[in-house]
Design a protein around this ligand. Structure first.
Ligand SMILES: NC(=O)c1ccc[n+]([C@@H]2O[C@H](COP(=O)([O-])OP(=O)(O)OC[C@H]3O[C@@H](n4cnc5c(N)ncnc54)[C@H](OP(=O)(O)O)[C@@H]3O)[C@@H](O)[C@H]2O)c1
Length: 288
């Protein structure tokens, strides 16, 4: 089976490397071709266009920014014609309604579609420790689990297409909310003259603690948001998607809406490409 991977950004690059390290035959395409150099050296076939990749591969893995990019690449008139008999594994973070709609179009074009969004970031992608959540049929899961297991030992069938995207979005809503809550309290105790280590010691020993707090603490204290694992602009995308999906379900969306506002403020301050913990800069008006 010839596997193709489209989108070798922060996540797609280490994921492609995992497949190559496992000895799989892989074709890659990225809009910005400079990002493909390292993969060529590792033995990947480089497709000059997405069309060429879709033509040459049986199984097409997508790791793109958003649904707009996926539609542009997959569903152009030319590329749609090459989807007959092909399987698309959609791994980007998109809304469940977007995933279901893209699935319908791929199936209408004669292809097969499953979603497999992931929890974890660049370190987990590099180490093969992502948590892979699959939305599809049991048969699809059994067929593609061996490929997906190169990305992480935990590959889990959630339910039909849309359910894994919903689960992923629910988790990312928590990334935004927890980090905002932590950044607000951290900023507060700093302004009130409480030692950060006292705050952290009590927090760590309490039921309120989440490991992500310690992962982001030093970056926040140093106001160092460079070399992001997950950029601010992507978390803002996910908070907006969550809001758009949750509101029609009758859920109260004050929390994701507020977090989105904070992230948009960070983006306005030029922090779009920085690590999302840059939202601390908004909480703490005295920092950059
Ligand atoms: N970073 C994380 O920690 C993380 C974790 C889990 C899930 N995710 C999700 O995984 C997806 C990818 O994230 P990432 O961090 O790898 O993002 P990224 O570094 O920004 O990569 C995005 C990729 O999409 C491509 N792309 C965007 N718009 C395009 C378009 N219109 N046409 C063609 N290609 C396009 C980019 O190509 P260029 O290189 O040409 O720009 C790049 O390959 C996102 O949905 C994100 O939310 C990210």
């Amino acid at each position: 089976m010839q596997i193709g991977l489209i989108g070798t950004g922060l996540m797609g690059l280490p994921m492609a490397q995992r497949l190559l390290d496992a000895g799989l035959s892989l074709t890659v395409y990225n809009r910005t071709s400079a990002k493909l150099e390292g993969l060529k050296e590792k033995g990947a076939a480089i497709a000059p266009t997405a069309t060429a990749l879709i033509h040459d591969c049986d199984c097409i893995i997508l790791m793109l920014t958003h649904a707009t990019a996926i539609r542009e690449i997959l569903l152009s008139d030319t590329n749609r014609a090459y989807l007959i008999g092909k399987t698309v594994i959609q791994m980007s973070t998109i809304a469940p309604s977007e995933s279901r709609s893209i699935c319908e179009k791929v199936v209408a074009a004669g292809g097969d579609y499953l979603e497999a969004p992931v929890l974890g970031s660049i370190p987990e992608a590099t180490a093969g420790k992502l948590i892979v959540m699959v939305g599809g049929t049991t048969e699809q899961f059994e067929t593609y689990q061996p490929i997906l297991s190169h990305f992480g030992a935990t590959v889990r069938l959630v339910g039909e297409v849309g359910t894994a995207s919903a689960l992923k979005l629910a988790l990312n809503q928590m990334i935004g909310s927890l980090t905002s809550a932590f950044a607000t309290s951290l900023s507060f105790i700093q302004q009130e003259g409480v030692e950060v280590e006292q705050f952290m010691e009590i927090l760590r020993g309490s039921a309120l603690y989440a490991p992500t707090f310690d992962k982001k603490l030093q970056r926040m204290l140093d106001q160092n948001y460079a070399n992001p694992n997950f950029p601010t602009k992507h978390l803002a995308k996910d908070m907006k998607l969550f809001q758009a999906e949750a509101e029609p379900l009758g859920l109260d969306v004050h929390i994701p809406a507020a977090v989105n506002q904070i992230l948009l403020e960070a983006i306005n301050r030029g922090l779009a490409e920085e690590d999302y913990c840059a939202l601390f800069a908004v909480m703490n008006q005295t920092s950059k």
